[in-house]
Ligand binder design. Structure first.
Ligand SMILES: [Zn+2]
Ligand SMILES: [Zn+2]
Length: 58
């Protein structure tokens, strides 16, 4: 999988690709790496969507 993102190191739009993942994410790995300079972006820093726990009021 590749994406085009703005790379802050290259200061330009670059193709990002998934680096080899050692964390067991497989195809779902959120990490991206600039194919030009190698700068890594870890998207996992973004807050996850909270799970809504419904009250048991029927
Ligand atoms: Zn990973
Ligand atoms: Zn770059």
């Amino acid at each position: 999988m590749t994406l085009t993102r703005h790379c802050s190191v290259c200061d330009d739009d670059r193709v990002f690709e998934q680096p080899p993942c050692d964390d067991g994410h497989g195809a779902d790995c959120p990490d991206l790496m600039c194919s030009v300079c190698g700068m890594a972006i870890v998207i996992g820093d973004a807050p996850e969507v909270p799970v809504v726990v419904r009250s048991q009021a029927a």
